[in-house]
Write a protein that binds this ligand. Structure first.
Ligand SMILES: [Zn+2]
Length: 119
């Protein structure tokens, strides 16, 4: 399953953050996921909850921000939303289009309690 691989990768990042920042618990994870990553948010959330169990991220809320597929025409410079994988410029009909968004897949932020936060 695609999503479990993603979640495993996500937890590698979380573990690095936990070690680097002395995180005790995580309350929220914000993810940016591009349209092209073809992730099913419900499945991703379910996988996250399973993998998070028994870790500092147990009970954390997963927020998924989906990024639409966008492109820029190399001919006329127009920026546009790519629908139905139609990589044709709507302004000049050129097929020379560079992808500018939609491949994202990363942790945007973690809301966490660090060891130093306690008074
Ligand atoms: Zn164009």
């Amino acid at each position: 399953m695609h999503e479990i691989t993603l979640v495993t990768g996500l937890f590698e990042i979380i573990k690095e953050q936990v070690a680097a920042r002395g995180i005790e618990s995580i309350s929220k994870v914000r993810l940016k996921v591009g349209e092209l990553a073809a992730v099913e948010p419900m499945t991703l959330t379910a996988c996250f909850e399973v993998v998070a169990e028994g870790t500092v991220a147990q009970g954390a809320r997963l927020e998924i921000e989906e990024v639409p597929l966008t492109g820029r025409c190399r001919g006329c410079g127009a920026d546009f939303r790519i629908a139905d994988f139609n990589f044709t410029c709507p302004s000049c009909a050129s097929g020379d289009v560079a992808m500018t968004g939609g491949r994202e897949l990363y942790v945007e932020s973690l809301e966490a309690v660090c060891k130093g936060d306690h008074q």
